[in-house]
Design a protein around this ligand. Structure first.
Ligand code: SAH
Length: 355
């Protein structure tokens, strides 16, 4: 018989005790359980890991975001001191590419104080290795100090838990994880008073109050203290129904119930609701635009050409493939979106005003 994971045993015991478990609780445990959570003990990125993210595909991604940060720094009036914040920095690759690309901007590096919001001890260690000791870590955005800020988040919001609801027999019910007769995890439905208009039988609706709370808190910060945030994630520009929760293990999709704690669980970011939450907090938002639009407008081709000119043929092919992967229509280019959130009164950041 297949051996269960330690986290699966724990979850089965919790369900036996408390009844079916809401999806958000399940997702939070799978990703963030202090001992057995997916991110807590491993480095999931790269070809040998479970999935790959844009900064790990090519240095160009982080360099172009670095150029954007340099412009944001100027838009903030080139402050003598500001917080350069990253939410969910993974291996630290994006931050390290941003820092390299902003070296040419006078005053940026001297003014930047780096703050990383990261819950995983294993990833904090990797980040420390890459970025050195002059970094401050935070469990959540709440402990970030006051002051002007540039805030970056790539594939952060997709990892924050969501709830799922299903329209069944004329009413909305919450999807929860329960147990079958053999004590294996199954997805079921529990009564739940959700104030949403009726839908077609079987329709699934995802809500993400935790994501909204983080976005709203960031919006409140931007409302009272000058700052510019860039959010990059996969998802849809307008709210839509459907099940987007997915599990990935060793670069393959699997069931969200397979090997709890050993697969990455994420879901599409609903940029309409996320943007609304930033605005509810008091920020002004721009976009989302597609990652394809954003990267091209930021100079993806020119940067790829300049790298390719210095490279040999095999590396040139790698650069071309990476560029296609980041911005190709059927790759990350259209699926991933980029949104900016700003303090009121700041100018529209490029390339959000551009066609
Ligand atoms: N931005 C990186 C990593 C994305 S994966 C990249 O693009 O490569 C998600 C990151 O968010 C990981 O670093 C993970 O440990 C972190 N994370 C997940 N949930 C978190 C939470 N609730 N608070 C802070 N960090 C979290």
């Amino acid at each position: 018989m297949r051996k269960s994971t330690p986290l699966e045993d724990l979850i089965v015991a919790m369900i036996r005790e408390d009844g079916p478990m809401p999806i958000d609780r399940y997702m939070a445990l799978c990703l963030g359980h202090p001992v057995h959570g997916y991110y807590m003990s491993r480095d999931p990125f790269g070809p040998d890991g479970d999935f790959i993210t844009a900064p790990e595909i090519s240095q160009i991604f982080g360099e172009l975001i670095g150029v954007w940060c340099a412009a944001a720094f100027q838009a903030l009036g080139a402050p003598r001191h500001f917080l350069l914040v990253e939410l969910g920095p993974g291996r630290g690759t994006l931050m390290s590419d941003i820092l390299r690309a902003t070296k040419v901007m006078p005053g940026f590096r001297e003014a930047a104080e780096i703050h990383l919001v990261e819950t995983s001890p294993a990833l904090r260690k990797l980040q420390a290795g890459k970025l050195g000791p002059a970094v401050t870590w935070h469990e959540s955005i709440e402990s970030l100090p006051e002051g002007p800020a540039i805030i970056i988040a790539n594939e952060f919001f997709d990892a924050l838990p969501i709830s799922q609801y299903e329209f069944h027999d004329g009413r909305w019910m919450e999807r929860r994880i329960g147990l079958n007769a053999g004590d294996r995890l199954v997805i079921g439905r529990s009564a739940f008073p959700l104030a949403e208009p009726p839908a077609v039988e079987g329709t699934i609706l995802e809500l993400a109050p935790i994501r909204a709370a983080v976005a709203r808190a960031l919006g409140e910060r931007l409302a009272h203290s000058p700052g510019i945030a860039l959010i990059v994630d996969y998802g849809h520009p307008a709210s839509a129904q459907g099940d987007t929760l997915q599990a990935v293990r060793r670069h393959k999709f699997c069931s969200i119930l397979d090997r709890p704690g050993e697969a990455d669980l994420t879901s599409h970011v609903d940029f309409e609701r996320l943007g609304q939450a930033f605005r509810d907090g008091g920020a002004v938002t721009f976009g989302p635009v597609t990652q394809r639009h954003y990267l091209h407008a930021m100079g993806l081709e020119a940067r790829a050409d300049s790298l390719a000119r210095k490279a040999r043929l095999p590396e040139r092919k790698i650069i071309a493939r990476a560029t296609e992967r980041l911005a190709g229509e059927n790759q990350m280019g259209n699926l991933f979106k980029v949104m900016a959130a700003l303090s009121p009164g700041l100018p529209t950041p490029y390339p959000f005003g551009s066609p």
